[in-house]
Design a protein around this ligand. Structure first.
Ligand SMILES: Nc1ncnc2c1ncn2[C@@H]1O[C@H](COP(=O)(O)OP(=O)(O)OP(=O)(O)O)[C@@H](O)[C@H]1O
Ligand SMILES: [Mg+2]
Length: 183
C-alpha cells in the first residue's frame, strides 16, 4: 500500500487537518474528505491577543451568519466576542460580558447586529424555544453562540465554527472552520 494522498497542503490558504490514523487508502480518502477545513488558526498568549484575533475575524463574518463558539469553560469564547463586537463597532470591548445568566446580549453596529448567546444553562428543546432565536435571524444579524453544539440543529445551520482550546493558563489554540461538526 503506497502513501495516501494529501488533499490539503500547508501552502494553501485552506489548510486541512492531516489524517492521523488512516491505515488503508479508502479509509484515508474518507477521512480526508471529512477533514475540517481551517480558515484561520492561531495560538494566543493573553486575553488581549485573543481579542485582537477576534477583530481580524470581522471580514470573515459578514452578515448573515450563525457562528458556533466551541470550547470548555474559560476557553476564551466571550473574550473572542469582545474583539468581534469591537471590530463591527457594535460594542466596546469592556461592554461585552458573558450572557451566562441573561442568555442573549445584543450589540448593534452600523453594518451588523450581533447577538451573543450562551446556551450553557439551556438543556431542553422547550427552554430553547422560549429564546425564539429564529426571530433574531435577519440579513444583518450575526449570531455568536456559545454551547450551541448541544443542539444538533445549530450544528446543521451554522456557517462558521470557532474552536478554542486551553493549552496553558494563558495559552489558547484557536481555529476557525468553514463548516461545523458535532464531534
Ligand atoms: N490567551 C487567552 N485568550 C483568552 N482568554 C484568556 C487567555 N489567557 C487567559 N485568558 C483568560 O481566560 C478567561 C476566558 O474567559 P471567557 O469568559 O472568555 O471564557 P468562555 O470560553 O466564554 O467561558 P464560559 O464557557 O464559562 O462562558 C478570562 O479570564 C481571560 O482573561
Ligand atoms: Mg462565555
Amino acid at each position: 500500500m503506497g502513501q495516501p494522498p494529501r488533499l490539503f497542503g500547508e501552502g494553501n490558504s485552506l489548510v486541512g487537518l492531516r489524517p492521523s490514523s488512516c491505515r488503508t487508502y479508502t479509509a484515508c480518502v474518507k477521512e480526508q474528505a471529512s477533514a475540517k477545513q481551517i480558515l484561520r488558526e492561531i495560538t494566543t498568549h493573553s486575553a488581549e491577543e485573543t481579542i485582537a484575533f477576534g477583530r481580524t475575524l470581522a471580514e470573515l463574518l459578514t452578515p448573515p451568519k450563525l457562528v458556533l463558539l466551541r470550547g470548555d469553560l474559560g476557553a476564551g469564547k466571550t473574550t473572542l466576542v469582545k474583539g468581534i463586537a469591537s471590530a463591527f463597532e457594535a460594542a466596546a470591548e469592556e461592554e461585552v460580558t458573558s450572557p451566562t445568566f441573561t442568555l442573549i446580549h445584543e450589540y448593534r453596529g452600523p453594518q451588523a447586529s450581533l447577538y451573543h448567546i450562551d446556551l450553557y444553562r439551556i438543556d431542553t428543546q422547550r427552554e430553547l424555544d422560549t429564546l425564539a432565536l429564529d426571530d433574531l435571524r435577519s440579513s444583518e444579524s450575526i449570531l455568536l453562540i456559545e454551547w450551541g453544539e448541544k443542539f444538533s440543529r445549530f450544528v446543521g445551520e451554522c456557517d462558521v465554527e470557532i474552536v478554542l482550546k486551553r493549552m496553558d493558563e494563558n495559552e489558547r489554540r484557536i481555529s476557525v472552520h468553514r463548516d461545523c461538526y458535532s464531534g
